[in-house]
Structures are given as structure tokens and as C-alpha cells.
Design a protein around this ligand. Structure first.
Ligand code: ZN
Length: 81
């Protein structure tokens, strides 16, 4: 997964080299919210994005919006490649 992301946050695009981002493997949708323990539910994001994400999941409305955005992104990517 790290190799796939090439040292770049999959959410904001910041990199380890150029922006000093701290990257970590993370669930797109947390298991608590029905996210599965599979590659397609995992991505590499930076600490800032990870923290912002955690805040979104404190509120059910935000969490559902977040999940919707993730799937929207996947659709965009699928069309692109
Ligand atoms: Zn990020």
C-alpha cells in the first residue's frame, strides 16, 4: 500500500519528501461504521487528514457525507484510469 501511494497522501496529495507529511495506513471507512478489512477499504493518508477524518466520524451526518465522498472519489478514479 505504501508503494502504491508513492509516499503521497491519497487525500490531500502532500508527500513525505516535499511536505514532510507523516503518512499512515488507514481505513477509508472505519470498521465501526461497517468498513471491511480489505485493500479497497484501506489507503495511505497523512496525519492531518486522518485527524480531520476522525472529527467527521464523531457526527453521524458528517460521517455519512464522508462515506458518500469516498465513493464519489472512487467513481471519479474508476473513470479516469
Ligand atoms: Zn493528507
Amino acid at each position: 500500500m505504501y508503494a502504491a501511494a508513492q509516499g503521497q497522501c491519497e487525500m490531500c496529495g502532500r508527500t513525505i519528501d516535499r511536505h514532510g507529511a507523516t503518512l499512515a495506513l488507514d481505513y477509508k471507512i472505519p470498521p465501526d461504521w461497517g468498513g471491511r478489512d480489505e485493500d479497497e477499504n484501506l489507503w495511505v493518508i497523512c496525519k492531518d487528514c486522518s485527524n480531520g477524518k476522525a472529527e467527521n466520524f464523531q457526527d453521524e451526518k458528517c460521517a455519512l457525507k464522508w462515506i458518500g465522498n469516498i465513493f464519489a472519489n472512487d467513481i471519479v478514479r474508476a473513470g479516469k484510469y
